[in-house]
Design a protein around this ligand. Structure first.
Ligand code: AMP
Length: 594
């Protein structure tokens, strides 16, 4: 059964292996049967005393070996500068950064936050901090001051690496509100003075630091990465990831992205989000391939030029970007010959069957959807290079990953597996894969609630068909997915309520043909305030200033009052149903009169 089958298109895109480069995974059933996480781990070096460090596997393993002169990163700056960094150079640069941290007294387990666009220093700092045994937490550069302060405080950030301009715009005013932050290291920028009190010039420190460093032999279960993700209520959740995640990064790079030694790989995700870290930094390096990093924002013609000029062979992108490329037209797509391109994958939100077919039409290959989330640390369900693709489906679980559709009993918490094809339930994963998150920082109870009956419960609704392919249905909660990024309605509501005119706020995701969803806020006003276009614009501006463009609402509507449950919770579900003209569902808990 194909719930989202495109009209007049076959339900399956058949794959045939026709010479050329053989995919890493050819026989899914056989690979799955013989796979073990122990053997996947054995493909990595490890460190003395049973240690494991992501940066050693990603950088040192190649810097000391035959791939030392291979380009690790090819950085394309917005000003048109192209900088190639080999594995050997990456080793030296990351050693320098690790020495900078050590000299500042920043050690094992200390949290290093990164706030910048896709500049080389971001990559060097992330890997150097891991070498030092420190924990890396990336922040999206489009965040406003509030999301930055919230995350640095939750994560007890000791160091922030940023640029002078971002510091001035977003951090300076809130610096006093981040008491754990000991050091701010500023990336040297042309035309912006880095001479700001309370900060250090990273360029100078790097120049003085030694380029030799012995990578800390972290334990596999030591915290390595802290990724913030959004929930429905309360504060963002700090998902804790450990060095052992590298085993999943390596195995998924091999099977789901089909990375092979001569590939030029381009992951378009920003390292401020988990995809940009796991697959924009770590996985390609583990395979010793060359990664293209483009600092610029989306631009269809520019993207096609990158694919052509950099001879990208494996491209990992997202549905919003694909929909924007589709909008720009097939002609533009076909204007460049892309003889090197051999595999395209996408993640982050539902990928429409039309988009999968569009890939087939304009590039001669389907877009391969895959599924995972911040908590899983790596790809869990995927369409593989050698396998038939059912457009609209997320594919099959990775070897080593057991995915099921389950039903959770609200009262007892008991979990029942649904075996019947086509029946919806919650997507659940058997615990035990190496990159599983190990906690929500300081929130043991919230973490515990994600598990039952030996499963991690993902919060996504899905179904499985008779061939075992998984199909995404929707989220089980109110979290918004806009342009591939999770946005917690509570964070947006809280910022709106800080405006003196706002009495209450309710925030929903409104379907959008390009971004998947856009953030829409409903507000009611305090006595003495009257709704007007001027106030609406003021609130939009207020939210943007506090939250940043990536999180702030795109639309605001005024309501006399917001629908609430008898226990006082805003009924976002009802706001959404009313917005979309859908049935209002069970209103038994609605406060009368709302
Ligand atoms: P994040 O933790 O920000 O990576 O977001 C994870 C969420 O994005 C998942 O729980 C899904 O709701 C959604 N998601 C990720 N990949 C897909 C996909 N291939 N199809 C549908 N939804 C997806």
């Amino acid at each position: 059964m194909t719930p989202h089958a495109a009209a007049a298109r076959p339900a399956v895109i058949r794959k045939a292996i026709t010479g050329g480069i053989a995919p890493n995974l050819i026989d899914y059933a056989a690979t799955r049967a013989s796979f073990s996480w122990e053997s996947a781990r054995a493909q990595l070096d490890g460190m003395r005393g049973g240690g494991l460090n992501i940066a050693h596997e990603a950088v040192e393993r190649h810097a000391q070996g035959v791939r030392r002169n291979q380009t690790a990163f090819r950085f394309l700056s917005v000003s048109g500068v192209r900088r190639e960094v080999s594995y050997a150079e990456l080793s030296q640069l990351t050693n320098r950064f690790a020495n900078v941290l050590r000299a500042l007294g920043v050690g094992r387990g200390d949290r290093v936050f990164l706030l910048c666009t896709r500049v080389p220093e971001l990559y060097i700092a992330a890997l150097g901090a891991l070498k030092n045994g420190s924990v890396v937490s990336p922040l999206f550069s489009a965040f406003g001051p509030e999301p930055i302060a919230t995350r640095v405080n939750l994560g007890e950030g000791a160091v922030l690496v940023t640029t002078a301009s971002l510091y001035r715009r977003k951090v300076e005013k809130i610096r006093a509100q981040m008491p754990t932050l000991k050091q701010v290291l500023l990336i040297t920028e042309e035309a912006v003075s880095a001479d700001i009190p309370g900060t250090l010039d990273l360029g100078e420190l790097m120049a003085q630091a030694s380029e030799t460093f012995e990578t800390v032999a972290t334990a596999p279960d030591d915290m390595a990465l802290l990724h913030f993700t959004s929930g429905t209520t309360g504060r963002p959740k700090g998902a804790v990831h450990v060095h052992n995640a590298v085993v999943t990064h390596h195995a998924t790079g091999r099977y789901a992205l089909d990375l092979q030694p001569e590939d030029v790989f381009w992951c378009t995700a920003d390292p401020g989000w988990v995809t940009g870290m796991s697959y924009g930094i770590i996985a390609p390096l583990l395979h010793g391939v060359t990664s293209v990093v483009d600092e610029g924002e989306f631009d269809a013609a520019h993207w096609y030029r990158i694919l052509a000029e950099e001879r990208v062979s494996v491209w990992y992108t997202a549905p919003t970007a694909i929909r924007m490329l589709m909008k720009a037209g097939a002609e533009l797509a076909r204007a460049q010959a892309l003889p090197s391109l051999r595999f395209i994958a996408s993640v982050g939100e539902p990928l429409n069957p039309e988009a999968v077919w569009w890939g087939q039409d304009v590039f001669g290959m389907p877009i391969h959807d895959n599924w995972w989330q911040t908590e899983t640390g790596g790809i869990m369900i995927s369409n593989f290079a050698a396998m038939d693709v059912k457009p609209g489906s997320m594919g099959l679980p990775l070897p080593g990953v057991e995915a099921s559709i389950v039903r959770r009993d609200e009262k007892s918490g008991a979990v029942t597996v649904i075996d019947t094809p086509g029946v919806q339930g919650e997507l659940a994963l058997k615990t035990g894969w190496p990159s599983m998150f190990r906690g929500y920082l300081h929130e043991e109870e919230r973490y515990r609630k994600c598990f039952a009956g030996g499963f991690y419960l993902t919060g996504d609704l899905a179904m499985r068909d008779a061939d075992g392919y998984f199909w995404f249905v929707g989220r089980a909660d109110d979290v918004i997915k806009s342009a591939g990024h999770l946005i917690g309605p509570f964070e947006v509501e809280s910022a709106l309520m800080e405006h003196p005119a706002v009495a209450e706020a309710g925030v929903i995701g409104k379907p959008d043909p390009v971004a998947g969803e856009v953030v829409k806020a409903f507000v009611s006003l305090k006595a003495g305030y009257v709704s007007s276009e001027a106030l609406r614009m003021e609130l939009l501006g207020h939210a943007r200033k506090k939250l940043g463009a990536a999180v702030a609402p795109k639309e605001i509507a005024f309501l006399a009052s917001l629908p609430r449950t008898r226990s006082g919770k805003i009924m976002r579900r009802l706001l959404k149903a009313r917005e979309l003209g859908l049935p209002e569902g069970d209103l038994s808990t609605l406060e009368s009169g709302a």
